[in-house]
Design a protein around this ligand. Structure first.
Ligand SMILES: Nc1ncnc2c1ncn2[C@@H]1O[C@H](COP(=O)(O)OP(=O)(O)OP(=O)(O)O)[C@@H](O)[C@H]1O
Ligand SMILES: [Mg+2]
Length: 341
């Protein structure tokens, strides 16, 4: 097996706050392969953004304790200096966010902003940078790019701004792109266009992508591998097919139950997961999902509330749950059957 392009090991990100220590990420490990897309899915507050901001080195050092290892192409990012991270950001790794308006400066033209990133990392002249901006705008499907390059962000529609942000992120051909819910704010048609664009660009450049979302439908469209996060930990991971077709963790079943079925009848009622996400100041003992899980009695005793289930992976596939493999298959079959009848 080849070495993964990005390897995260036992990542812990804790914030010290007035109320105490927020354990936003607590022992998370995963890999991203060359040229592949890892989808990270989980409810609000599960630690998706915090994880990825750690990769890019964007946490405020004063209030944040980060432990573990993040290896990008063999280089330990947690040991890298701020200067080195500056060099890597935009060049080797880049991030796109949900809100393009907040990431683009209102005072500079789109072309200038794309061009500045390019100049910073390549030392290109202004003329070369402008040509590169036009090239990138063409690539992301902006009409009349040689005119629109001189527009300000507010002159672009939401979908176009998102495209411009992708152009800016990809201008130096980063080997890793982190996309944090980049399509959540867009309508469904534009969302589909942006996802197609990312897939095309990935085909062309071989960029590895981490795609963060609440939405398993988006995962179904774009991911190769999937990581399901709950309360700062990974509860399940595997290939897209494994996680969507034969999920093993009751939390993943809950996520599936709260979205329209991919194949089944469209009129099946959606059932959101009862309860609310865990406090990260005082996370539940044992399995963090146990207060919301309907299978703790099937596990028996008080194991779920006292013993943290380990995430044991076989060829990258597994779930952190005390149910036996046979029980997982049986209970998921019941769940899926109940949904389609
Ligand atoms: N700087 C910080 N200081 C204290 N707590 C923080 C800080 N940043 C994030 N958190 C907390 O860490 C937890 C995880 O946040 P994170 O932003 O990673 O969630 P998320 O999975 O990205 O959620 P969403 O889907 O809403 O974007 C949350 O409880 C959040 O309040
Ligand atoms: Mg987030």
């Amino acid at each position: 097996m080849s070495t993964p392009f990005l390897s995260v090991r036992d990542l812990r990100v804790h914030f010290s706050t007035e109320d105490g220590m927020v354990k936003a990420v607590d022992g998370l490990s995963f890999d991203v392969e060359h040229g592949k897309t890892l989808g990270i899915v989980g409810e609000s507050g599960s630690g998706k953004s915090v994880t990825n901001l750690s990769i890019l080195g964007l946490h405020h050092p004063d209030h944040t304790e980060i432990e573990g290892e993040i290896l990008l192409d063999g280089q330990d990012l947690l040991a890298a200096s701020e200067r080195e991270l500056e060099r890597l950001r935009g060049n080797k790794m880049a991030m796109i966010f949900q809100d393009a308006l907040a990431s683009l400066s209102p005072y500079h033209t789109i072309g200038k902003q794309i061009g500045e990133t390019y100049r910073k990392h390549t030392g290109a002249s202004k003329r070369e940078a402008r040509a590169r901006s036009v090239e990138m705008l063409t690539k992301v499907g902006i009409p009349q790019p040689n005119l629109r390059v001189d527009d300000y962000p507010h002159q672009f529609s939401g979908g176009m701004r998102q495209r411009a942000m992708i152009a800016m992120a990809l201008v130096c051909n980063p080997a890793l792109l982190v996309a944090d819910e980049p399509t959540t704010a867009l309508d469904v048609t534009v969302q589909a266009q942006i996802m197609d664009l990312l897939k095309d660009l990935q085909q062309e450049t071989g960029t590895s992508i981490i795609f963060i979302t609440h939405d398993l439908g988006v995962i179904a469209d774009i991911a190769d591998d999937v990581l399901v996060m709950y309360g700062g930990r990974c509860v399940e991971r595997g290939t897209k097919k494994e996680v969507l077709r034969a999920p093993q963790h009751p939390y993943t079943w809950g996520l599936l139950g709260s979205m329209p079925s991919l194949e089944g009848p469209v009129d099946v009622p959606l059932s959101p997961i009862p309860g609310s996400p865990p406090s990260l100041l005082n996370p539940p003992t044992g399995c963090r999902f146990h207060p919301r899980c309907s299978f703790t009695e099937r596990v028996g005793g008080n194991r779920c509330s006292t013993e943290q289930p380990p995430l044991e992976l076989t060829a990258g596939r597994g779930a952190a749950c005390h149910l036996t493999p046979e029980q997982r298959v049986e209970f998921f079959a019941d769940f899926a059957g109940a949904r389609t009848h």
